[in-house]
Design a protein around this ligand. Structure first.
Ligand code: SAH
Length: 230
């Protein structure tokens, strides 16, 4: 982790520092154990990523609306996803699909060497850029594009995080995952498929020498992964 960067962020949003400390304590109680993840979440001022009218709720453990029918992810889920990617290794070069307001991208940028984040809705992509400006994260690149296609020009990635739910892992993302790489994404298990379990679940995909393995983690609720740019 970049100690200098963590320090430079410390001066931003001092007013919310106490509530952020409480948020981190809550994450600990909820079972998040990785100190690097907890430190990064304690550093990024989440209130800068939501509308002023909702800023007082920024450190609650809930998702909140960010316009265009999209949401900022729940802190616990952000922490859980990054913790699963980090376990026993470094994040390396990261691809995030679904920038939204840019919050998770900012947390990832505290922990990774290099982060690329793709958003399909142009206005959100631009708003994320504005939200992130003050944080001066030089290792984070925002891209307006369709995340189903991944980001060929920066592939392969050691870690991929998808912040929107699909019925299955997009082929391009599986291809762009480096050998030994990990991807975490919410997958929809539709009743129509005849499965007993409906809803969404976080799934960890690991690319080994002989192919991909999937591990199902907790139940979650994300907005759907859509196609094309908007
Ligand atoms: N990462 C955000 C959460 C964003 S919500 C956070 O930190 O809170 C999910 C986002 O995924 C939405 O902004 C939505 O527009 C975007 N999205 C959905 N389908 C997409 C696609 N195919 N490519 C890129 N972004 C997509």
């Amino acid at each position: 982790m970049n100690g200098a960067r963590m320090k430079s962020l410390a001066g931003i949003g001092m007013t919310s520092e106490r509530t952020r400390v409480r948020m981190v304590e809550r994450l600990r109680q909820q079972g998040i154990e990785n100190e690097q993840v907890l430190a990064a979440m304690g550093t990024v001022p989440r209130h800068l990523f939501v509308d002023d009218a909702l800023a007082h709720r920024a450190y609650e453990d809930s998702s909140l609306p960010i316009n265009f029918g999209q949401t900022i992810s729940q802190p616990f889920v952000v922490a859980k996803m990054i913790e699963a990617l980090l376990r026993g290794r470094a994040l390396g070069r990261v691809l995030e699909i679904g920038t939204g307001c840019g919050y998770q991208a900012a947390v990832l940028a505290q922990l990774a060497h290099e982060v690329y984040s793709v958003e399909r809705i142009r206005e959100l992509h631009e708003r994320a850029r504005a939200n992130l400006r003050a944080l001066r994260l030089h290792n984070l690149r925002l891209v307006h594009g369709d995340g189903n296609l991944g980001l060929e020009k920066a592939a392969p990635f050691d870690s991929i995080v998808v912040a929107a739910a699909a019925p299955q892992a997009p082929q391009a993302l599986l291809r762009q995952l480096a050998p030994g790489g990990r991807m975490i994404l919410p997958l929809r298990r539709d009743a129509a498929k005849g499965g007993a379990s409906t809803g969404q679940r976080l799934v960890l995909v690991e690319r080994g020498t002989r192919g991909y393995t999937e591990t199902a983690l907790e139940a979650v609720r994300f907005v759907p992964l859509q196609s094309g740019k908007a």
